[in-house]
Design a protein around this ligand. Structure first.
Ligand SMILES: *Cc1c(COP(=O)(O)O)cnc(C)c1O
Length: 356
């Protein structure tokens, strides 16, 4: 062997497949429904705040992100020491796994779930232990608790689950926490928290207050519509947050991202109104799909899941052909983001021409 070789465990890394941009036939407006992005423009005041920040691009960002830590701590009613910011919650998850596990350690995760999980676990050198979802596309919490061994360092919960949609209840999560040893770190990924309209919703921050082995990760990418700026965070105990901060890239969160996130937190009323619009669209979409024979699992995020198995490629291609890019998981199903009213109408239209 003469050339430099990367670590051997990296050869088993699954690829992260990004949602594709749409390719529309002539005269048809394309819609990107493949990455669970927010279809709306920035919240009031956010573009202005980001523009002002961009004007200082010759300077490094505030490495301590002081204003954003302060604003988030106030909003969540925690102290800033309980938080760790990152370039999206994906980066926070990578940092957390790097800080808490390594070779020989296991991480229990639901599967199918967020595709960054097995990548982040493998990069950390640890072993993913995927636990299949139930038939109704929910976490199998009993099986996940049973999968915890003396090698388990971390358990990942994703609520609502991307890409299938169901949310966990607070009672379910509390029951799970009671069944897991205290030295195992339980991570609650609440990327779609704002869209949840289920009874007994999980409030990760409340769980952090109750236990010393819970971390919540949240993002500004989905409800807040800042996916392109890359900012997310973890909330946990001061000790866990400090460990995650210690492995974060210096100066990761840009000045524009910090400013946009602070301004977004000040636009809470407008945020709620937009999230309500998307939730209304989601409910309409689920109902219309049911009327034409397509049953989808409980949809608590800004997306719906068609667990169509072998027909995944066919259905994704039919959407593609009319300018709707959706996210296909080969052999498993299709995830469709709730978009603008017109995009959702077109989803129903194309699916009404296919056999459910
Ligand atoms: C989108 C998403 C994230 C975070 O995305 P970032 O843009 O990196 O903040 C995290 N978890 C899940 C389940 C997601 O779907």
């Amino acid at each position: 062997m003469t050339s430099p070789q990367p670590l051997p465990h990296l050869s088993s890394l699954p690829p992260y497949v990004p949602g594709r941009p749409p390719t529309a036939p002539p005269g048809v407006t394309p819609y990107k429904l493949s990455s669970n992005e927010n279809p709306y423009p920035p919240l009031p005041g956010v573009l202005e705040a980001a523009e002002q920040a961009v004007a200082t691009m010759n300077r490094y960002p505030d490495m301590g992100s002081v204003a954003l830590y302060r604003a988030l701590a106030d909003r969540l009613d925690v102290v800033p020491e309980q938080l760790s910011l990152g370039t999206g919650s994906t980066a926070v998850l990578f940092g957390l796994l790097t800080a808490f596990c390594g070779p020989g350690d296991e991480v229990v995760m639901p599967w199918r779930s967020f595709e960054a999980y097995p990548i982040a676990i493998t990069v950390a050198g640890a072993t993913p232990v995927p636990v299949p979802l139930t038939a109704d596309a929910r976490h199998d919490l009993a099986a996940m608790a049973a999968a915890v061994t003396e090698r388990t360092k971390v358990v990942l919960l994703c609520t609502p689950n991307n890409p299938t949609g169901p949310a966990l209840s607070a009672t379910e999560v509390r029951g799970f926490l009671a069944a897991v040893p205290e030295h195992v770190l339980v991570v609650v990924d609440e990327a779609y928290l704002e869209f949840v309209r289920a009874e007994d919703p999980v409030d990760g921050i409340a769980l952090v207050g109750e236990r010393s082995n819970v971390a919540v990760v949240r993002t500004f990418s989905k409800a807040y519509g800042l996916a392109g700026l890359r900012v997310g965070y973890l909330a946990s105990t001061p000790e866990i947050a400090a460990a995650v901060r210690s492995v974060a890239l210096p100066f990761g969160v840009s000045t524009a991202a910090q400013a946009a996130a602070v301004a977004s937190l000040q636009a809470e009323t407008a945020l709620r109104a937009r999230v309500d619009l998307l939730v209304d669209e989601r409910e309409r979409l689920v109902k219309s799909l049911a009327e034409i024979g397509w049953q989808v699992p409980e949809a608590q995020g800004n997306f719906v899941w068609l667990g169509v198995g072998d027909r995944t490629a066919e259905i994704a291609a039919a959407c593609d052909a009319v300018g709707l890019s959706v996210r296909a998981f080969a052999g498993e199903g299709v995830r469709i983001t709730v978009g603008e009213a017109e995009a959702n109408r077109r989803v129903v239209e194309v699916l009404s021409r296919l056999e459910p």
